[in-house]
Design a protein around this ligand. Structure first.
Ligand code: SF4
Length: 336
């Protein structure tokens, strides 16, 4: 049995506003094993990115509050000091964002930015760090690696900047990489190349990846397990094959139905009706009820808990609370 590299237990993240504490991530649990690729899926506003910022300790403590446990190497990052987090960020856990300029500083050369991490975290001298920086740029498939060290981010294309950001994230060989919509802003060809590159690095370095995305195509391509989030809670979890073949939660069913199928000619693509509820507007019961075609009376009066299945899948839905519930679900899905 391999121990997880990270274990998140009862994570709650709230924003502190003039109107009080507003929960954005509400009591979530998950883990990632070394070398595993976990997809965190859901529409914008489901709490995916706030989960990653909570892990990285990147929320401003004046406006954000993190409770629960984020166990990494046996230490709880939820209450780690900023000095401790600075040692971990970029060294043991790295993050890549949708927009590379979030990480790249426009006034420093690519070389300065790549070398800085090694000098801070590894205490390497400039010469040794420069050799490693060239190696990393080559590893992420960038030609003219030596010349690139002297160039500035604005001189590179979007795809090249994304590769530089991956090189920067991987240069200290982190144990875990958090990728927040890393390919959303890129065109399809570059997107495929970047995903391929991340898969290659994952295989070669055994770095665990937490892939945050709204794109189920990316999940099918990259991930072994999926966590589906809705309104700050995990609503379904399981291995990719089980969830794609047999999604149980009506929200997951809707997300999968929304993926365009090239084999079918449809006048209009399916989209789940309605919107994700705003943080602060959450009520008791199932948060998906206003958008759910199978909602029952109990759904608006009581909050469902996660029901585990033998294959490791878990689902938060009243349709699955017991065997009778599972029958109800089959009937309901059959009618839809
Ligand atoms: Fe739909 Fe009820 Fe299940 Fe929520 S608990 S997803 S409203 S059936």
């Amino acid at each position: 049995m391999i121990n997880p590299i990270i274990e998140v237990k009862g994570l709650r993240t709230s924003f502190l506003t003039d109107d009080g504490e507003i929960p954005v991530v509400n009591d979530i649990d998950f883990h990632i094993k070394p070398g595993e690729v976990l997809g965190i899926v859901g529409e914008s506003g489901c709490g995916k990115s706030v989960t990653s910022l909570s892990i990285m300790g990147l929320l401003d403590s004046r406006t954000g509050k993190v409770d629960g446990e984020i166990l990494f190497n046996g230490e709880n990052l939820a209450n780690a000091s900023e000095a401790k987090m600075r040692k971990i960020r970029g060294n043991e856990i790295a993050m890549i964002f949708q927009e590379p300029m979030t990480s790249l500083n426009p006034v420093f050369t690519i070389g300065d930015q790549l070398i800085e991490s090694l000098r801070i975290h590894r205490k390497w001298d400039k010469k040794k760090a420069r050799v490693k920086a060239v190696e990393m740029l080559q590893l992420v498939g960038l030609a003219r690696a030596k010349e690139l060290l002297n160039e500035y981010p604005h001189q590179l294309s979007g795809g090249m900047r994304q590769r530089v950001m991956i090189a920067m994230a991987m240069i200290c060989e982190p144990k875990m990489l958090i990728a927040d919509e890393p390919t959303t802003a890129l065109d399809v060809t570059i997107q495929a190349q970047i995903l391929e590159l991340m898969k290659k690095l994952n295989k070669e370095t055994n770095t665990a990846i937490m892939m945050i995305t709204h794109d189920l195509g990316v999940v099918a391509e990259m991930c072994e397990r999926i966590v589906v989030m809705y309104a700050g809670k995990i609503v379904e979890e399981g291995d990719v094959k089980s969830i794609f073949q047999n999604p149980k939660h009506p929200y997951t069913v809707g997300l999968i139905q929304s993926v365009p199928d090239m084999r079918e000619k449809k006048e209009r693509l399916y989209s789940i009706p309605g919107n994700v509820p705003k943080p602060g507007s959450l009520k008791i019961g199932c948060q998906f009820a206003p958008r759910c075609p199978h909602a029952m009376d109990i759904c608006i009066s009581q909050t469902p808990s996660l029901t585990p299945f033998e294959n490791g899948q878990q689902v938060r839905c009243w349709l699955y609370e017991d065997q009778k519930g599972a029958d109800k679900h089959d009937r309901a899905i059959g009618q839809s």
